[in-house]
Structure formats: structure tokens, C-alpha cells
Unconditional design. Structure first.
Length: 531
């Protein structure tokens, strides 16, 4: 197993694109016959869902699938395999790799699954000793040097948007006997004993130049999301934009995809929705954009087209309470919106400033009220025990959450992901970021042993407030009444029951424990041991 993270040596690198525009690298030569595998890494359910493994859900890995669709469109010999399905074991994965004789294996790396990604890379190297192993996504992009140090099997990292960088790498590897990797923008590679981080690649300005039919030829039936992530099944995620201008300290969206919002045209989004409905059988959609309503003019145009086309899809989205208004919400409801995920985070003005939310408590309250009035359900997220908070401030956030009466609420303790501003704020706060923490401990579900300990509250009291937040919230009569009022069908009732089971499991001891104060703990499985 990889050693614990040395936080005093952690170096993170942010995206610094110099321009937004069309990619100048457009090769005319046909694609090489290189056998490529895009692999969702092998890890147990506990790695992603912790104690919620029995109520877990599955979303298609959008980043990896975007790469697959791009390479398929360009004519490459590429396969996609998600090891969440097919009853994969270590033995069967080895056999799958052996049969495929892949020359390049691409693996996405997120912080909570990084240990498992490193283990998967080691397994790939043992089975395919001559293959090139390429990492991508948030964790590898933010900590490229540390990632390559901790995983010697990794040959390359494709940082940030990967379509053009990965394609160029594949072509250079196939074409040149002595490849010049220094010229590939967005690439991290090894030169002797040195890790080289190349210049950033410009971000894609016109998203409509990417191939249509986002999920290409992939079968999606196995992807059944978590109860909080859909209004009706089958339900599949889609994005309408890349980039985020907001500097929220707990989020890495702008670090990975830039601060400038880039969008698919409304006509292109509706085209994708029709493909999902007609070819993939979708009845519901989850718009997985960080802030779906970022640009009001764009959103209105998109919603108008969705209404005109009578898509008959029920959907959910992520957005902010300060990016909605009554007219927009009414239009969203007419277009099929049934649930909005709001990152409320805190009921304390001081905490909203600390996390750079750029939103006031009053704006949060007003947006939530308007959403209730529009007849749209809400799932609100909160982070308690943030740097600078004391227990009175934590209690105030819980009280504030109860006052908003959203149908669903999720509470978290701070998880300072590397590369995020929250990471530095937690360090400067005087609290403890566990020196023995492994990447698999950065899971944002179970908090028996938090990665960060607020010095004003302490570890045990943080665990107490985490449990109490759920107890106080879901024992609020107004919350139950809001949920009961939202039940319109047997489907809604089943979702409500499934959500209740998930809550009971999360809190570790069922309804009896819920009423008595959540005294029982819960533990996730450790990362696989690497000899």
C-alpha cells in the first residue's frame, strides 16, 4: 500500500491556460493501429460509497467516456471497461487484460480512489509489461509530480482536458522511434529520474466541435444512480458546459477546467437529449454541470428549445441559489426539472466568506423559498466544522438547514482535497490534517477518522455534530411534510423509501440508532495491499 501522504511536501499545480480557442493540432494522417484501453480502476464498493455500499449508485464516468467517444470518432482502436460491473475480480481483470493485449491503458484518478488506481496500474504492468500507462483527471492533474512518485508504473499524465493531448501522445508513441514528449502540451512525463510537467494546453473553446452522441456505442443499462441523483429511471448524466468562474475553496472545478465557462450550443444539447431518449431509453437526465444556470440568457434559450421540442424528460441539476429567480424556476419546471442540488454549505456569513462562496445567507434563503414555490424538490449540501467555526456556528448551520426544509439534505465534514484552496485554509487554521492519512481516507461519506480536525471543536465533537446534523434535520416535522407532499406516484414513494434506507445505513444503526443518537460507528474497507 502507498505510504501516507507527506503534506509538508505536497506540491499542487493549477491550470493556467493562456488562451481559449480552437486546437491548432489537427493531424491529417490516419490513426495508428495501437490497441488502447480506457479502464475505470478496480476498487471495492467501500472505496466509493463507504458504509452506503448496499445503497450505492452508479454514474457513467463522464471524463473517461468523453475520451472514449473522441477516440472512437477519430477511428482509433479503443476499448472501454468499467470494472464496477461484470463481477470483476483481480483474477478476471488480469485475464481480461491478457486477452486484450493492450498497448496503452488510460486510468482516471480521483483523490479517494488514488490508492486503488495505483494498485490497478501495478496489476496492468504485471500483466502487460510493455504497455504505456496513462493517468488523467483531477488528482493526477493537481498533483502530477507526487502522483508519478507514488506510482512508478505510471508513464504519463494527461492534465486537464484530455482529448487533444491524449490523441497526440498516442500518435507520437506510434510514429516516432525516439519520441519528443517535450512538445506535447498538457503532458507530464519522465526524463530519466526527473518528472517533467509540460506547458498547459489551451482549453477547447467551441465544445460543438466535439463528437455528438456523447456515449457513443456504450451500453448504459447497468448505470442506475444513487437515489439522490435522479427523478425517474432510466436516468443518465449529461453536461452542457465546461469551466467555472467561482472560486469556492472546497471545489477544484475551475482548477481543472478553467475559470471561463464554455458551453455546448442549445441545439447541440437538445440533440444529445434526443439521442439519449431515443437510442439509450432515457426517461430522466442529470445535468452534471457545476452550475447549470450560470448564464441566464443561455439557460433560457436552452429551456425554451427543450419545451418546444416536447422532450418529456424529467431532470435534475446542480446550481446556486443566487443564480435562480421565480421566472427562471417556473420555466425549468415546465421544461421537466424536478430536483435541484444546491450547495448551501453554511448558515454563517463568516464561513461563506472563508470558503469564497460569493453568496449571502439572505440569497440562499430567498433562492430556496422560490424553489419551494416553483414546486421543485431540493437537495441541499452543507459543510460543518469549517476552519474558523466553533460549535455554536455548527449548531447555527444545522438550525438554518432545518429552516429551509429541503426534501433532502446532506452534511459533510471538511475534506481538504489537494489542489483546493480549502486545503491551504485548513493548514493555516492551526488544525490537524492527519499525517497518517492515505488517499482512500479522503472519502466524503464516512467520518469516523476525519482527515482534518478543527482545533476549536476537536475530533470527537466533530463526529458528534456530524451525526447530530442528520438526526436533527430528519426529525424535523417540516422536512417530513415536504417529502410527503412531493410524493406523486408509486415511483416517488419507492425513491423515498430507498432514501430512508440509505440514511439509516449512513448513520450506522438503523432507525433505532437514529432516535437514540447514533452511538454505533461505521468503517470502510482499507485499500488493497500492494506488496
Amino acid at each position: 500500500m502507498p505510504a501516507a501522504v507527506r503534506h509538508d511536501e505536497l506540491e499542487t499545480i493549477s491550470v493556467k491556460p493562456t488562451l481559449i480557442g480552437r486546437e491548432p493540432y489537427l493531424p491529417s494522417e490516419p490513426p495508428p493501429k495501437t490497441r488502447i484501453l480506457l479502464l475505470e480502476p478496480f476498487y471495492p464498493a467501500e472505496a466509493k460509497w463507504g458504509s452506503l455500499k448496499t445503497e450505492q449508485g452508479f454514474l457513467p464516468p463522464i471524463g473517461l467516456i468523453s475520451m472514449y467517444s473522441w477516440l472512437r470518432w477519430k477511428g482509433f482502436d479503443v476499448s472501454f471497461q468499467d470494472t464496477q460491473f461484470g463481477q470483476f475480480t483481480e483474477t478476471s481483470l488480469r485475464e481480461y487484460l491478457r486477452r486484450g493485449r493492450y498497448e496503452i491503458v488510460g486510468i482516471p484518478v480521483f483523490t479517494p480512489t488514488a490508492d486503488y488506481c495505483f494498485w490497478t496500474a501495478k496489476l496492468c504492468r504485471e500483466v502487460l509489461p510493455d504497455c504505456k500507462i496513462v493517468f488523467g483527471n483531477i488528482h493526477a492533474s493537481s498533483t502530477p509530480k507526487l502522483t508519478m512518485e507514488q506510482c512508478p508504473e505510471c508513464d504519463f499524465i494527461v492534465r486537464h482536458e484530455g482529448e487533444y493531448t491524449f490523441e497526440e501522445l498516442i500518435r507520437v508513441l506510434a510514429r516516432d522511434a525516439t519520441p519528443d514528449f517535450a512538445a506535447i502540451r498538457g503532458l507530464v512525463w519522465r526524463r530519466g529520474g526527473e518528472v517533467v510537467v509540460n506547458q498547459d494546453r489551451p482549453l477547447i473553446g467551441d465544445l460543438d466541435t466535439l463528437p455528438s452522441g456523447f456515449y457513443s456505442d456504450l451500453e448504459l443499462a447497468a448505470y442506475v444512480p444513487h437515489v439522490t441523483q435522479y427523478s425517474v429511471l432510466p436516468n443518465y448524466p449529461l453536461i452542457t458546459q465546461r469551466g467555472c468562474p467561482y472560486p469556492c475553496s472546497y471545489c477544484e472545478a475551475s482548477n481543472i477546467l478553467g475559470k471561463k465557462q464554455r458551453v455546448y450550443s442549445p441545439a447541440r444539447v437538445v440533440e444529445e437529449l434526443k439521442i439519449l431518449k431515443e437510442k439509450k431509453g432515457a426517461r430522466g437526465i442529470y445535468f452534471q454541470d457545476s452550475t447549470f444556470t450560470m448564464n441566464r440568457k443561455y439557460t433560457v434559450e436552452l429551456l425554451g428549445l427543450m419545451i418546444k421540442e416536447k422532450l418529456d424528460l424529467l431532470w435534475t441539476c446542480n446550481t446556486r441559489t443566487d443564480r435562480v429567480d421565480p421566472e427562471l424556476l417556473a420555466m425549468m419546471r415546465e421544461a421537466g426539472c424536478r430536483t435541484i442540488f444546491y450547495g448551501i454549505e453554511s448558515g454563517n456569513p463568516e464561513s461563506l466568506k472563508i470558503i469564497h462562496k460569493q453568496c449571502t445567507v439572505e440569497q440562499q434563503t430567498r433562492g430556496a423559498l422560490w424553489t419551494h414555490e416553483a414546486g421543485i424538490k431540493m437537495l441541499c449540501n452543507y459543510i460543518i466544522c469549517l476552519p474558523g467555526e466553533d460549535e455554536k456556528m455548527v449548531e447555527n448551520t444545522i438550525r438554518y438547514a432545518r429552516s429551509l426544509k429541503s426534501q433532502m439534505a446532506l452534511f459533510y465534514l471538511p475534506v481538504p482535497f489537494p489542489g483546493s484552496a480549502l486545503y491551504e485554509e485548513c493548514r493555516k487554521d492551526g488544525g490537524l490534517i492527519r499525517p497518517d492519512a492515505r488517499w482512500s481516507d479522503y472519502l466524503s461519506i464516512d467520518f469516523d477518522n476525519p482527515v482534518y480536525v478543527n482545533p476549536k471543536i476537536g475530533k470527537e465533537r466533530m463526529k458528534y455534530w456530524y451525526r447530530r446534523a442528520f438526526r436533527d434535520y430528519y426529525l424535523t416535522p417540516g422536512v417530513w411534510w415536504a417529502n410527503l407532499r412531493s410524493v406523486r406516484s408509486a415511483h416517488d414513494a419507492r425513491r423515498l423509501m430507498r432514501g430512508g434506507r440509505a440514511l439509516s445505513i449512513l448513520l450506522g444503526s438503523g432507525l433505532r440508532g437514529l432516535l437514540k443518537g447514533f452511538n454505533r460507528g461505521y468503517h470502510g474497507q482499507a485499500a488493497p495491499v500492494i506488496d
